[in-house]
Design a protein around this ligand. Structure first.
Ligand code: AMP
Ligand code: GLY
Length: 435
């Protein structure tokens, strides 16, 4: 089996790692490619120097190398129609069409779908002009959340404590501060609660829910400071009881998938629901993503038993047969992922800084390091190349033990300006302590 993973972040390294582990467990023959990949995927796959959004070049590479299955990691190539291009060329692909990926690439579209499907989500309205937006802001209570409708790489949602701030953010976005992504904005009610990331594999009809994870979006410890793409994640989350997951299935995933299929845009791949669990226990949707989460994937995949990749490949090849009794994929062990970011992240990350990355012997068997923003210089030395540099996943019997392993691993990796949180999974550890 020849498999291509598109993307070059921590998520894609984790996908390559899981494909390898699962192939080894089932003694399957796997040849792996990554495009563009990173120094981490290079140890598992052949990196192809093709940008993730170069649709025509990727379609050609898949044809030339006779790749059986392509797995698309990031949102940009999905929105650019990579899945469509590959399917039109007769290739098996894991990832939704551009039309279906609008659940992520257009928040206005996602809201429309949710309204029609009766799915709980924050009350909001979409605007392309400043006048009606300001009027709406004037008529709604603070705090308010302002969101760019389009893809904004994690910078598109701003929680505004006051109406004045909300008005400023709306004006800036409509004036083009986020480019095309912010030419339509949503003004949304602020929801209190605890966030949960629930990802589900689907062939458009059937749903296999992956063990829910929790992401830490804020830069600072104690969940303070600016929002980022994610500073860490863990799995499993005890907040996600069987009863809650069953509600998420019947109240969110199933109605949304039925609705998009009815509209002629059936959704295949992984659908990620970013939820707020309200104080009364209701799961309310903050956003959908049309892909695996980053860094959730770096925690999620190592937490699973081998066998996960077979689902992905089978969905791509349109021969998926999930066991009817299997509603949620089982967790094998707890996993906690700590992100090591560059100094200046998220606004202005420093690049080119040398990294000291110890080997497995020094890090221990309970630590897996996934590369994201790294590159090798001409002498082969590892250097920082972006905001989120490495993800350090610790494993253990409990979340607390896994968190300890992750922190110890993070401690041993050195680079100037290393920016990280030592408190990933704190909510879960607090809950376990209180139980
Ligand atoms: P989004 O891109 O929509 O997931 O928003 C990014 C982050 O902003 C979320 O993970 C939340 O932390 C926060 N957020 C978004 N929408 C809301 C909301 N309606 N109420 C409270 N917080 C929100
Ligand atoms: N960790 C949040 C995301 O992948 O969008």
């Amino acid at each position: 089996m020849r498999v291509l993973v598109v993307g070059g972040g921590g998520r894609e390294h984790a996908l390559c790692w899981a494909l390898h582990r699962d192939a080894a467990a089932s003694v399957a023959d796997l040849t792996l490619f990554a495009a563009p990949g990173n120094p981490g995927t290079a140890s598992l796959a052949t990196n192809l120097p093709i940008p993730a959004t170069a649709v025509d070049d990727l379609v050609a590479a898949v044809r030339d190398r006779d790749i059986d299955v392509t797995i698309i990691g990031p949102e940009a190539p999905l929105a650019a129609g990579l899945a469509d291009g590959l399917r039109d060329d007769g290739r098996a692909v894991f990832g939704p069409t551009a039309a279906a990926a609008r659940l992520e690439s257009s928040k206005a579209y996602a809201k429309e779908v949710m309204h029609r499907a009766g799915v709980p989500t924050a009350k909001s309205a979409a605007f392309v002009g400043i006048g009606p937006a300001l009027e709406y802001i004037g008529n709604h209570p603070e705090p308010l959340v302002v969101k760019a409708s389009g893809l904004a790489a994690g910078k598109g949602a701003v929680v505004c404590q006051s109406r004045i701030d909300a008005a400023k953010v709306v004006r800036a976005m409509l004036d083009g501060s986020l480019g095309e992504a912010g030419k339509e904005v949503l003004v949304e009610e602020f929801l209190e609660g605890e966030e949960l990331s629930v990802l589900a594999l689907t062939d458009g009809e059937r749903v296999l829910i992956l063990p829910p994870a929790q992401d830490h979006k804020r830069l600072g410890e104690g969940d303070t400071g600016p929002n980022t793409g994610g500073m860490g994640a863990y799995c499993p989350v005890s907040l996600a009881t069987d009863a809650l997951v069953a509600r998420v299935r019947t109240e969110i995933f199933e109605p949304v998938l039925r609705e998009v299929a009815a509209q002629g845009s059936p959704y295949e791949g992984v659908l990620y629901a970013g939820l707020m669990i309200l104080p009364d226990g209701t799961p309310s949707v903050l956003e959908f993503n049309a892909r695996f989460g980053d860094p959730e994937t770096q925690a999620l995949l190592p937490a699973l038993l081998p066998g996960f990749s077979e689902h992905i490949v089978a969905i791509a090849q349109r021969r998926w047969d999930p066991l009817p009794t299997q509603q949620v994929l089982a967790v094998d062990q707890a996993a906690v992922t700590t992100v090591l970011a560059a100094r200046g992240y998220p606004d202005n990350p420093e690049k080119g800084v040398a990294i000291r990355l110890p080997d497995v012997k020094e890090l221990g068997e309970d630590v897996i390091v996934f590369h994201a923003g790294t590159f090798r210089d001409n002498e082969g030395r590892l250097r920082t190349n972006g905001g989120r540099v490495l993800s350090v996943t610790g494993l253990g019997a409990t979340v607390a033990i896994a968190a300890q392993a992750s922190r110890a691993g993070a401690e041993r990796i050195a680079f100037e300006g290393k920016t990280w949180r030592r408190d990933i999974a704190w909510r879960e550890i607090q809950r376990a302590g209180a139980a």
